[in-house]
Design a binder for this molecule. Structure first.
Ligand code: ADE
Length: 246
């Protein structure tokens, strides 16, 4: 594997992306790297000799909110990697729910060991595994030790809450982190043959007793700050290393 020099970070929420964009002084791409009508917004710059590109899924024209969820994330990832074929590593970055049974606490930052979906239930031969959509992440033992990242299975679904069946699937597969994009980012990146790591800061406890939306809103800004504290360190750590060296 070639050393990592060109990194794309995919974000679903502007509040998650903005602190990194400002910290690294990234500039919005003009002319657009991903042309209209795609809603994605991209930013580029350099950090320690590394090329850093950010794609934010954008804002929904009708409702004025961030384009969260698996569909905009797949679109943004596919188009970003078409625009930037020299990408060495994709990072799915953002906030997420965490399982306290897997050691998660508010403000922790996790790195993926694998990505999957918990809300694609298709009980037909072959389609069942497709629905779960496992995409392993490269092992990152040195990065975890150096940066204090917690490792875990990251699972995606298109809802902030979950059904009983979703919870059963998450528990069965040892999920530590629940969010809304990683599985589809991994799928779209896979079409381009690119590896994906998730870096996720915890806003709420999935297996706790608080209402998710309340806990999420309460902790979004502190978790975004934890994410911002970690992402430059991740970029610095991966710079010039091969995937095998992480
Ligand atoms: N983002 C932050 N917390 C989440 C949760 N519990 N589920 C899905 N996405 C999230």
């Amino acid at each position: 594997m070639a050393p990592i020099k060109n990194v794309v970070l995919v974000f679903a929420m502007e509040a998650e992306a903005k602190p990194l964009i400002e910290h690294l002084g990234l500039k919005q791409d003009e002319p657009r790297a991903i042309p209209a009508p795609a809603p994605c917004v991209t930013y580029s710059g350099a950090f320690n000799g590394e090329t850093v590109r950010v794609v934010w899924t954008g804002r929904d024209a009708e409702h004025g909110v961030d384009l969260v969820g698996t569909v905009p994330a797949a679109l943004a990832t596919y188009l970003a990697l078409s625009a930037w074929p020299d990408t060495d590593l994709v990072i799915s970055a953002g906030t997420a729910g965490g399982f306290k049974a897997k050691g998660a606490a508010i403000g922790d930052v996790f790195v993926s060991t694998t990505k999957m979906h918990h809300d694609r239930r298709i009980p037909l031969p072959g389609f069942d595994k497709f629905g779960l959509g496992f995409v392993p992440s490269a092992p990152t033992p040195r990065m975890q030790a150096a940066l204090g990242l917690k490792p875990g299975v990251v699972t995606s679904g298109d809802s902030l809450d979950y059904t009983d069946r979703c919870m059963a699937i998450m528990l069965e597969h040892g999920a530590a982190v629940k969010e809304m994009e990683a599985g589809s980012i991994a799928w779209a990146a896979g079409l381009h043959g690119k590896p994906v790591l998730c870096i996720k800061a915890i806003t709420d406890i999935v297996d706790g007793d608080r209402a998710t939306h309340e806990e999420f809103l309460e902790n979004l800004h502190s978790a975004a700050a934890a994410l911002q504290g970690m992402l430059p360190r991740v970029l610095e750590f991966v710079n010039g290393k091969t995937l095998e060296q992480l």
